[in-house]
Design a protein around this ligand. Structure first.
Ligand code: FES
Length: 120
């Protein structure tokens, strides 16, 4: 196979306590990681990460809010996006990029998929 999909992990916080301090439960906050602006959503179901740019018309999703059904709601046209899948639950058929979050012993990480050459 010439191309291989890999996940590159970036450390966001030294601990879950630091993450909870940065983005309180039930709220959103933005953070720049690896040339991307990420919207972090801290919900009762855990910490989620999506691209901060709304796929509908480019609004900053971190200026929106979390719904009680596990969605992020865009502040401009109020489209709802599922935090796990990124799919629009209401509004158009757009999809926002989602990123995995891992809580490890030494901190909280976010993963970005990348395609790399695999010649051998
Ligand atoms: S800009 Fe987000 S729903 Fe329109």
């Amino acid at each position: 196979m010439l191309f291989e999909k890999k996940i590159r992990w970036y450390k966001l916080f030294d601990s879950m306590e630091a993450a909870n301090s940065f983005v309180k439960t039930g709220t959103l906050n933005s953070i720049n990681v690896g040339n991307k602006k990420i919207c972090l959503a801290n919900t009762v179901n855990g910490l989620f990460a999506v691209n901060d740019k709304c796929p509908h018309n480019g609004a900053s999703l971190s200026n929106g809010y979390c719904s009680s059904e596990g969605s992020i709601v865009c502040p401009v046209h109020r489209y709802h996006f599922d935090l796990k899948t990124g799919r629009a639950k209401s509004g158009g058929g757009d999809c926002v990029d989602t990123y995995p979050i891992e809580v490890r012993e030494d901190g909280v990480y976010i993963g970005f998929s990348e395609t790399v050459w695999n010649l051998f």
